[in-house]
Design a protein around this ligand. Structure first.
Ligand SMILES: [Zn+2]
Length: 257
């Protein structure tokens, strides 16, 4: 089932090509399959990446990526407390954590969040409402892939970085002047979490992903709301509890009235 785009085929998925590297200073040292198997962080990162790539191919109807000619490259950086996707280098860097406050940034939702960025338009940017839309979509899809406790990186950091189900800002009227990207993203994410309770996580992820993608480089929260509501109306029909749930969710966070 795909709510808003062509359904994925029943064809078996080819195994994704994921290459792992140890970062030593500026150098990326390729890891052999034996080294990956012997290294907990590397094998966890590989498993998280494969699960994400297969989920995206199966549920989001995306063209295959992580192929032998276009592999996903992952650098493991020791003593680093973050994870990020570099679109120019086409490289996912995962920190090994500090071993006390932060564990390795290799958990499924962390890797999924960054690999979803790898599939988003690189020209959207990381600020304002358009950045918030990309951030929210990455968070929501990552949590659906991870099984939906809605707490980003809860396996990396005590309590996680963000709880999508209970954000500090839960209504547009609570936003401060010049709100940060995560405060804005939190509104879309909370609408997604509330919609998922009725339509299911996968269908919600498809709605948010496909709508944001169709909005191109200038998405806004309001356009995302209107797009997901329209797609839900088209897919489930007017008067259905699913279509109503998506609309109610956006009204509940004050993005539309
Ligand atoms: Zn992000």
């Amino acid at each position: 089932m795909n709510v808003t785009s062509t359904a994925a085929t029943g064809m078996p998925l080819p195994a994704p090509t994921v290459l792992l590297y140890n970062q030593q200073g500026p150098a990326l040292v390729p890891m052999t399959p034996q080294e990956v198997r012997a290294d907990t962080n590397a094998s966890t990162a590989l498993k998280s990446a494969r699960t994400t790539i297969n989920w995206i191919a199966k549920h989001l109807g995306e063209a295959p990526f992580a192929t032998p000619t276009n592999p996903v490259r992952i650098a493991l950086q020791p003593n680093y407390n973050n994870a990020y996707w570099d679109g120019d280098k086409k490289l996912l860097t995962l920190g090994g954590g500090d071993g006390t406050k932060y564990k390795a940034f290799t958990s499924l939702d962390t890797v999924a969040h960054e690999l979803i960025h790898a599939r988003q338009s690189p020209t959207v940017g990381y600020s304002g409402e358009s950045g918030a839309v990309t951030e929210s979509v990455a968070d929501l899809v990552a949590e659906v892939i991870d099984g939906g406790d809605w707490r980003l990186a809860a396996d990396v950091f005590q309590g996680g970085f963000r709880d999508l189900a209970t954000p500090k800002v839960s209504h547009r009227s609570m936003l401060q002047e010049n709100p940060g990207i995560h405060a804005l993203a939190g509104l879309s994410s909370l609408a997604g979490v509330r919609s998922a309770k009725v339509v299911g996580g996968t269908a919600m992820a498809q709605l948010w992903w496909n709508t944001a993608k169709a909005l191109g480089d200038r998405p806004s929260l309001e356009l995302l709301a209107q797009g997901t509501i329209n797609s839900a109306l088209k897919y489930w029909g007017a008067g259905t509890r699913e279509a109503q749930a998506v609309r109610d969710a956006w009204v509940s966070v004050g993005v539309i009235s």
